[in-house]
Design a protein around this ligand. Structure first.
Ligand code: 5AD
Ligand code: SF4
Length: 444
């Protein structure tokens, strides 16, 4: 690799989940803190970070085609770093197959990107896929500006080993960031402009720590502590695992006003034999009972989930059980995916592969039901009054866009500033958003 001049501009392209987007934002801040500027719209940067996702599909193949396409206006290649979960899982292969890549950096090592960049500029290639627990957070610069709704990673990794999932291999074992660090970071985010904080983790409700007095606490304890921050208006968390739901977390939904009435609790399937083959450690009945308890604590809670169709061995009856579970829950929104065999996972070597056309058909039926329920949920919200956190400008002049407590997108005419909270009446519902009318002056 030839030496090159230090990059003046960067671009970070994130392809994955909220955690991946969070990592991408932090890498961008890290590069900015080194005096590198974000590239202008439509212009290729001197340094491109491909922040990859490994969870589904042929993500690795996409990385290679992206690498092939990257080109600056003068025809030269930018410096390329491959980050994220594909980097973690297939780092060596990427280095061998793609000579244009000078840096491969895993999701637990990206705080060392600046040093890798120095090497790359000197013409050396570098791979760092170490998994030092937590070290990265202390090494990252504080955020000086935060959006009205900001993410805060509190937990990473997964010990559940669902048989289809790469996360335990790419993100490693479950680790919780320490309580004091999180409270300090949340305070900084609020000072930097955040009104809402979404606590992030692959299994966020497995978070555990010790409070300021040294008492063992879980996610609900952290939420109760953060709720004391005066200028923080809203708290959310995602993603949860049914196994780590505690009585305290359910109770918090009934007791902490700032905790929004929304729960994303993936179930994946409504069939017990499939849940068992997935190693999910809960059955359909147990999942429904959990949701019932959340609803008792907070009757207006909006529910969300994740589904996989076409897991190996899924029969028509198994799929019907999923459809029945969907009918029983009435989700406000949900994510659904076709099963994708991931190299190295136990499910990848299971018998009973489902034909692609069967998967397609099941996904269509499932998504039709989920879309129907999402629209019904939005329609049932018409006439309600609620607080909307203003997050960005709408497409038309004078239009603002924000989120309801139930995570619905709401647009309305207003001169409110970003980060303000408007009292809004929901007047019209579509499948993906609602129209609102501002009732009261906004509260900053
Ligand atoms: N195939 C399809 N979907 C998957 N997910 C995770 N692994 C796979 C896979 N191999 C889905 C699950 C999970 C979400 C983040 O991605 O539904 O909850
Ligand atoms: Fe993957 Fe299961 Fe862990 Fe979620 S809980 S990250 S689906 S192994």
């Amino acid at each position: 690799m030839r030496a090159s001049s230090p990059p003046k501009t960067y671009r970070v392209k994130s392809f994955g989940c909220q955690m991946n987007v969070y990592d991408g934002d932090r890498m961008a801040e890290l590069l900015a803190s080194r005096g590198i500027a974000p590239a202008a719209e439509g212009e290729e940067a001197d340094l491109v970070v491909l922040n990859t996702c490994h969870i589904r599909e042929k993500a690795a193949e996409k990385v290679y085609s992206d690498i092939g396409r990257l080109q600056k206006a003068d025809g030269s290649k930018p410096l390329i770093a491959v980050a994220g979960c594909v980097a973690q899982a297939e780092g060596e292969e990427i280095m061998a197959r793609a000579p244009a890549v000078s840096m491969v950096v895993g999701p637990q090592a990206y705080h060392r990107l600046p040093e890798m960049l120095d090497k790359a500029v000197a013409g050396e290639r570098a791979t760092d896929t170490d998994m030092p627990p937590i070290a990265k957070f202390a090494a990252l610069p504080a955020r000086r500006r935060a959006p009205p709704s900001a993410f805060l990673t509190v937990q990473e990794g997964c010990d559940k080993f669902c048989t289809y999932c790469v996360v335990p291999y790419t993100r490693g074992a479950e680790i919780s960031r320490p309580f004091n660090d999180l409270v300090a970071e949340a305070e900084k985010l609020v000072e930097a402009g955040a009104r809402e904080i979404t606590l992030l983790g692959q299994n966020v409700n497995a978070w555990s720590g010790e409070d300021a007095k040294g008492r063992a606490i879980g996610l609900d304890g952290l939420i109760r502590e953060l709720a004391k921050l005066p200028n923080l208006a809203r708290i959310r968390y995602t993603t949860s695992h049914p196994m780590d739901v505690t009585d305290g977390l359910i109770a918090a939904h009934g007791e902490v006003d700032k905790l929004m009435p929304f729960l994303h609790l993936p179930v994946q399937s409504g069939s017990d034999p499939i849940l068992k083959a997935m190693n999910r450690s809960h059955d359909a009945e147990g999942y429904l009972r959990l949701l019932e308890r959340f609803r008792e604590a907070r009757p207006d809670i909006a529910l969300s989930g994740d589904f996989i169709v076409g897991f190996p061995g899924e029969t028509e009856a198994d799929f019907e059980a999923t459809m029945q579970l969907v009918d029983a829950v009435g989700y406000a929104q949900a994510f659904s995916f076709k099963y994708s065999a991931r190299p190295g996972t136990p499910a990848a070597s299971m018998d009973g592969a489902i034909a692609p056309e069967v998967m397609d058909e099941r996904l269509q039926r499932l998504q039709a039901a989920l879309n129907r329920d999402q629209l019904a949920f939005n329609q049932a919200s018409v006439g309600k009054r609620c607080a909307v956190l203003v997050e960005r400008k709408g497409k038309k002049p004078g239009q603002m866009l924000g989120k309801s407590p139930w995570l619905q997108s709401v647009w309305f005419e207003s001169d409110a500033a970003l980060g303000e909270i408007a009292e809004v009446e929901l007047v019209e519902a579509g499948p993906n958003s609602l129209a609102g009318r501002v009732l009261a002056p906004v509260s900053a």
